[in-house]
Design a protein around this ligand. Structure first.
Ligand SMILES: C[S@@+](CC[C@H](N)C(=O)[O-])C[C@H]1O[C@@H](n2cnc3c(N)ncnc32)[C@H](O)[C@@H]1O
Length: 195
Protein backbone atom coordinates (compact mmCIF):
# COMPACT_ATOMS: atom_id res chain seq x y z
CA UNK A 1 0.00 0.00 0.00
CA UNK A 2 2.84 2.36 0.97
CA UNK A 3 4.61 1.63 -2.30
CA UNK A 4 1.43 2.41 -4.27
CA UNK A 5 1.21 5.77 -2.50
CA UNK A 6 4.86 6.51 -3.36
CA UNK A 7 4.28 5.55 -7.03
CA UNK A 8 1.25 7.88 -7.17
CA UNK A 9 3.34 10.69 -5.69
CA UNK A 10 6.13 10.11 -8.22
CA UNK A 11 3.57 10.09 -11.05
CA UNK A 12 2.03 13.36 -9.78
CA UNK A 13 5.46 15.03 -9.53
CA UNK A 14 6.21 13.83 -13.05
CA UNK A 15 2.94 15.29 -14.43
CA UNK A 16 3.50 18.64 -12.66
CA UNK A 17 7.08 18.76 -13.98
CA UNK A 18 5.94 18.06 -17.54
CA UNK A 19 3.30 20.84 -17.33
CA UNK A 20 5.84 23.31 -15.90
CA UNK A 21 8.41 22.37 -18.58
CA UNK A 22 5.80 22.85 -21.36
CA UNK A 23 4.80 26.19 -19.82
CA UNK A 24 8.43 27.39 -19.87
CA UNK A 25 8.99 26.08 -23.43
CA UNK A 26 5.75 27.78 -24.61
CA UNK A 27 6.91 31.07 -23.09
CA UNK A 28 10.32 30.86 -24.77
CA UNK A 29 8.87 29.86 -28.18
CA UNK A 30 6.17 32.57 -27.95
CA UNK A 31 8.79 35.16 -27.13
CA UNK A 32 11.11 34.03 -29.95
CA UNK A 33 8.33 33.99 -32.59
CA UNK A 34 6.11 36.92 -31.64
CA UNK A 35 8.13 38.94 -29.16
CA UNK A 36 5.55 38.03 -26.48
CA UNK A 37 6.02 35.26 -23.91
CA UNK A 38 3.03 33.28 -22.68
CA UNK A 39 2.14 34.74 -19.27
CA UNK A 40 -1.33 34.78 -17.74
CA UNK A 41 -2.87 38.12 -16.80
CA UNK A 42 -3.56 38.59 -13.09
CA UNK A 43 -7.05 37.10 -12.35
CA UNK A 44 -8.11 40.29 -10.51
CA UNK A 45 -7.18 42.30 -13.60
CA UNK A 46 -9.18 39.88 -15.77
CA UNK A 47 -12.22 40.48 -13.53
CA UNK A 48 -11.69 44.26 -13.59
CA UNK A 49 -11.32 44.47 -17.37
CA UNK A 50 -14.48 42.45 -18.00
CA UNK A 51 -16.35 44.52 -15.42
CA UNK A 52 -15.20 47.79 -17.05
CA UNK A 53 -16.07 46.52 -20.52
CA UNK A 54 -19.80 46.89 -19.83
CA UNK A 55 -20.58 43.74 -21.80
CA UNK A 56 -24.12 43.04 -22.94
CA UNK A 57 -25.18 39.48 -23.86
CA UNK A 58 -24.12 38.74 -27.42
CA UNK A 59 -21.39 41.42 -27.58
CA UNK A 60 -18.30 40.31 -29.49
CA UNK A 61 -15.19 40.17 -27.32
CA UNK A 62 -11.84 39.31 -28.88
CA UNK A 63 -8.73 38.40 -26.91
CA UNK A 64 -5.64 39.02 -29.03
CA UNK A 65 -3.20 36.36 -27.88
CA UNK A 66 -5.68 34.44 -25.75
CA UNK A 67 -3.22 32.26 -23.82
CA UNK A 68 -5.08 29.58 -21.84
CA UNK A 69 -8.43 31.21 -22.66
CA UNK A 70 -9.12 32.73 -19.23
CA UNK A 71 -10.58 36.00 -20.62
CA UNK A 72 -12.82 34.44 -23.25
CA UNK A 73 -14.13 31.68 -20.98
CA UNK A 74 -15.06 34.20 -18.27
CA UNK A 75 -16.59 36.59 -20.82
CA UNK A 76 -18.79 33.75 -22.10
CA UNK A 77 -19.68 32.25 -18.72
CA UNK A 78 -20.25 35.45 -16.69
CA UNK A 79 -21.44 37.89 -19.37
CA UNK A 80 -22.85 35.67 -22.18
CA UNK A 81 -20.53 37.42 -24.62
CA UNK A 82 -19.62 36.00 -28.03
CA UNK A 83 -16.06 35.47 -26.96
CA UNK A 84 -13.32 34.76 -29.48
CA UNK A 85 -9.61 34.25 -28.89
CA UNK A 86 -6.64 34.07 -31.25
CA UNK A 87 -3.53 32.24 -30.15
CA UNK A 88 -0.52 31.40 -32.27
CA UNK A 89 1.52 29.33 -29.80
CA UNK A 90 0.57 25.67 -29.73
CA UNK A 91 0.79 24.93 -25.99
CA UNK A 92 -1.39 27.83 -24.74
CA UNK A 93 -3.77 27.15 -27.65
CA UNK A 94 -4.18 23.50 -26.58
CA UNK A 95 -4.64 24.59 -22.96
CA UNK A 96 -7.35 27.03 -24.04
CA UNK A 97 -9.08 24.26 -26.06
CA UNK A 98 -8.92 21.96 -23.05
CA UNK A 99 -10.19 24.66 -20.63
CA UNK A 100 -13.08 25.54 -22.95
CA UNK A 101 -14.07 21.86 -23.08
CA UNK A 102 -13.56 21.42 -19.29
CA UNK A 103 -15.70 24.46 -18.43
CA UNK A 104 -18.30 23.63 -21.12
CA UNK A 105 -17.83 27.12 -22.53
CA UNK A 106 -19.14 28.43 -25.85
CA UNK A 107 -16.04 30.62 -26.29
CA UNK A 108 -14.10 30.01 -29.51
CA UNK A 109 -10.33 29.82 -29.80
CA UNK A 110 -8.49 29.91 -33.14
CA UNK A 111 -4.93 28.84 -33.77
CA UNK A 112 -4.31 31.99 -35.81
CA UNK A 113 -2.22 35.14 -35.96
CA UNK A 114 -4.57 37.99 -34.95
CA UNK A 115 -2.59 40.42 -37.14
CA UNK A 116 -3.97 38.54 -40.18
CA UNK A 117 -7.59 38.51 -38.95
CA UNK A 118 -10.34 41.08 -39.44
CA UNK A 119 -10.99 42.69 -36.05
CA UNK A 120 -13.75 44.91 -37.38
CA UNK A 121 -16.58 42.90 -35.77
CA UNK A 122 -15.34 43.27 -32.21
CA UNK A 123 -17.12 45.47 -29.66
CA UNK A 124 -14.38 44.90 -27.08
CA UNK A 125 -10.74 44.02 -27.71
CA UNK A 126 -8.41 42.74 -25.03
CA UNK A 127 -4.63 42.53 -25.38
CA UNK A 128 -1.83 41.61 -23.02
CA UNK A 129 1.15 41.92 -25.33
CA UNK A 130 4.45 43.80 -25.29
CA UNK A 131 5.63 47.13 -26.78
CA UNK A 132 6.66 45.71 -30.22
CA UNK A 133 3.40 43.84 -31.02
CA UNK A 134 1.45 46.75 -29.54
CA UNK A 135 3.09 49.03 -32.14
CA UNK A 136 2.09 46.64 -35.03
CA UNK A 137 -1.43 46.51 -33.65
CA UNK A 138 -1.99 50.27 -33.63
CA UNK A 139 -2.02 50.61 -37.43
CA UNK A 140 -4.44 47.69 -37.70
CA UNK A 141 -6.78 49.13 -35.09
CA UNK A 142 -6.72 52.48 -36.86
CA UNK A 143 -7.84 50.78 -40.08
CA UNK A 144 -10.43 48.33 -38.78
CA UNK A 145 -12.12 49.52 -35.60
CA UNK A 146 -15.59 50.98 -35.60
CA UNK A 147 -16.56 53.92 -33.37
CA UNK A 148 -17.53 52.91 -29.84
CA UNK A 149 -15.14 49.95 -29.68
CA UNK A 150 -13.21 49.69 -26.42
CA UNK A 151 -9.67 48.35 -26.37
CA UNK A 152 -8.11 47.13 -23.12
CA UNK A 153 -4.36 46.71 -23.02
CA UNK A 154 -3.10 45.09 -19.84
CA UNK A 155 0.33 46.28 -18.68
CA UNK A 156 1.43 47.88 -21.97
CA UNK A 157 0.41 51.25 -23.29
CA UNK A 158 -0.51 51.56 -26.98
CA UNK A 159 1.91 54.45 -27.20
CA UNK A 160 1.10 57.30 -29.59
CA UNK A 161 -2.37 55.90 -30.27
CA UNK A 162 -3.98 58.77 -28.38
CA UNK A 163 -5.38 61.27 -30.82
CA UNK A 164 -8.46 63.42 -31.21
CA UNK A 165 -10.39 60.23 -32.09
CA UNK A 166 -9.02 57.91 -29.44
CA UNK A 167 -9.43 58.58 -25.74
CA UNK A 168 -7.10 56.93 -23.25
CA UNK A 169 -7.81 56.12 -19.60
CA UNK A 170 -5.43 54.46 -17.14
CA UNK A 171 -6.78 52.21 -14.40
CA UNK A 172 -4.54 51.59 -11.39
CA UNK A 173 -5.56 49.29 -8.58
CA UNK A 174 -3.78 47.82 -5.56
CA UNK A 175 -5.40 44.45 -6.38
CA UNK A 176 -3.15 43.83 -9.41
CA UNK A 177 0.45 44.78 -10.18
CA UNK A 178 0.16 46.31 -13.66
CA UNK A 179 -1.97 49.11 -15.02
CA UNK A 180 -4.86 48.70 -17.41
CA UNK A 181 -4.89 51.04 -20.41
CA UNK A 182 -8.35 51.66 -21.84
CA UNK A 183 -8.87 53.16 -25.30
CA UNK A 184 -12.14 54.20 -26.82
CA UNK A 185 -12.52 55.11 -30.42
CA UNK A 186 -14.99 57.90 -30.98
CA UNK A 187 -14.70 58.09 -34.79
CA UNK A 188 -14.36 55.06 -37.11
CA UNK A 189 -11.87 54.58 -39.92
CA UNK A 190 -14.25 55.64 -42.74
CA UNK A 191 -15.14 58.92 -41.06
CA UNK A 192 -11.47 59.52 -40.33
CA UNK A 193 -10.51 58.90 -43.99
CA UNK A 194 -13.02 61.53 -45.13
CA UNK A 195 -11.41 64.20 -42.94
C1 LIG B 1 1.17 37.63 -22.31
S1 LIG B 1 0.21 36.32 -23.03
C2 LIG B 1 -1.45 36.77 -22.58
C3 LIG B 1 -2.40 35.59 -22.49
C4 LIG B 1 -3.85 35.93 -22.14
N1 LIG B 1 -4.39 36.98 -22.98
C5 LIG B 1 -3.98 36.34 -20.69
O1 LIG B 1 -3.99 37.55 -20.47
O2 LIG B 1 -4.02 35.50 -19.81
C6 LIG B 1 0.27 36.81 -24.77
C7 LIG B 1 -0.09 35.69 -25.73
O3 LIG B 1 -0.21 36.27 -27.04
C8 LIG B 1 0.20 35.30 -27.99
N2 LIG B 1 0.49 36.04 -29.24
C9 LIG B 1 1.43 36.98 -29.44
N3 LIG B 1 1.38 37.46 -30.69
C10 LIG B 1 0.36 36.80 -31.32
C11 LIG B 1 -0.20 36.86 -32.63
N4 LIG B 1 0.27 37.72 -33.54
N5 LIG B 1 -1.27 36.07 -32.91
C12 LIG B 1 -1.77 35.23 -31.97
N6 LIG B 1 -1.27 35.11 -30.71
C13 LIG B 1 -0.22 35.89 -30.38
C14 LIG B 1 1.41 34.63 -27.33
O4 LIG B 1 1.63 33.35 -27.86
C15 LIG B 1 0.97 34.59 -25.85
O5 LIG B 1 0.38 33.36 -25.51
Amino acid sequence: MDMVFIYILIALFFIVDVVVIFYIIASIIGFARFGVPYVKANPKAVEKILELADIKPGDSIYDLGAGNGQFIIKADKDYSARAVGFEKSIWPYLMAKFNIWRKKSKARIYYKDFLKEDLGHARVLIAFLMPKPCACLRAKLDKELKPGVTVFSYAFQLKDWRSGNVKERIIKDKEFPSWIYVYQRTVGSEQQDRK
